[in-house]
Design a binder for this molecule. Structure first.
Ligand code: SF4
Length: 197
């Protein structure tokens, strides 16, 4: 299946870093449960996703910038790319508050790597704006985060190549916050798999 997937959507790295089964459900099976929080996120993203260029003082702000990496074989849109004092800063907009997991950081880092490849300029930081808390979090694009991001890309292609849906997580907190829980049925699947062994 790896060869069928030309370039992996960057947003799918976010899903994978959260849960490999969620990545599979969304990337391979095209599942998306549109509940109220998801709908809110889509509407907020639509506002950001209108595209265009504007000035914010000395900064140039570009919205909905398409980026890709031929080396990593990933592609997608950066919500915003700011240019401030000669620095390029990708900004990702997320509904809700900052989560406890690194998935948003990995998505942002993939955008940074793509921007570097497209522009030939180093990208040392990015930012994530959380709508609900109205908080902008600065994210340093560290070697460790780059390594985690490249691992996520490799893992995504490995899963696609293996061609099998990963088992559910045994992680109540993540499953409780996951919009695909009614489709994934993690508890039921885990009980059935235990009974059959
Ligand atoms: S419900 Fe849990 S196991 Fe299923 S996709 Fe969501 S996070 Fe993963």
């Amino acid at each position: 299946m790896r060869d069928e997937v030309d370039y992996l959507p960057i947003s799918m790295l976010n899903q994978l870093a959260y849960c490999e089964r969620r990545f599979w459900l969304m990337c391979v099976q095209g599942e998306m449960a549109v509940n109220a929080p998801v709908l809110e996120g889509i509407q907020q993203h639509e506002r950001v996703h209108e595209g265009g260029v504007e000035r914010d003082g000395e900064a140039v702000v570009r919205r909905r910038v398409y980026v890709w990496s031929d080396r990593l074989r990933v592609a997608g849109f950066a919500d915003v790319v700011e240019e401030r004092g000669g620095r390029l800063i990708p900004v990702e907009y997320k509904r809700g508050r900052m989560g406890r997991w690194l998935n948003d950081h990995i998505q942002l880092c993939a955008q940074a790597i793509c921007l570097e490849e497209r522009t030939g300029r180093p990208v040392r930081e990015g930012a994530i704006f959380y709508w609900r808390s109205r908080r902008r979090v600065r994210v340093e694009i560290t070697p460790e985060l780059r390594a985690r991001t490249e691992e996520a890309v490799a893992r995504a292609f490995a899963l696609l190549e293996a061609g099998r849906m990963p088992p559910p997580l045994e992680h109540r907190a993540k499953c409780r916050d996951c919009s695909l829980e009614p489709i994934c049925l993690p508890r039921e699947v885990l009980v059935l798999s235990r009974e059959s062994t």
